[in-house]
Ligand binder design. Structure first.
Ligand SMILES: [Zn+2]
Length: 114
């Protein structure tokens, strides 16, 4: 964490541990090199701010769903079609591989009661 004083005329940079030290370095440089005249394009640069922690990134699907109603509608239609297909597939599998549990109805052989 350092403050840099940059002199645009001399094109030099001096590094200082604090803003006050950079101001003192600026005054010393101006007095010693530029005879008390402020040089052109001089500046004190503060230390760079620490990079913010990266925000948790939502998935692309969540971002689409929260920003676009068309994407939400598309996903809902896709889910409905998928569930319908899953239902049809499971029905076909059940009829193919599972024994029928429905009892067969036998015609009555007993004489009709009076
Ligand atoms: Zn200078």
């Amino acid at each position: 964490m350092s403050y840099d004083y940059w002199c645009g005329v001399c094109r030099t940079i001096s590094t200082h541990p604090s803003r006050a030290a950079a101001e003192t370095g600026r005054a010393d440089h101006i007095a010693a090199v530029h005879h008390g005249r402020r040089p052109d394009r001089e500046r004190i640069t503060p230390p760079p701010a620490p990079a913010p922690a990266p925000a948790p990134r939502p998935s692309v699907l969540i971002a689409l769903l929260t920003k676009s109603k068309a994407a939400t509608a598309f996903v809902l239609v896709f889910v409905v079609i998928f569930l319908y297909g899953l239902l049809k597939w499971s029905d076909r599998v059940a009829h193919t591989y599972l024994p029928a549990h429905a009892p067969t109805v036998q015609p009555s052989t007993a004489p009709p009661s009076p």
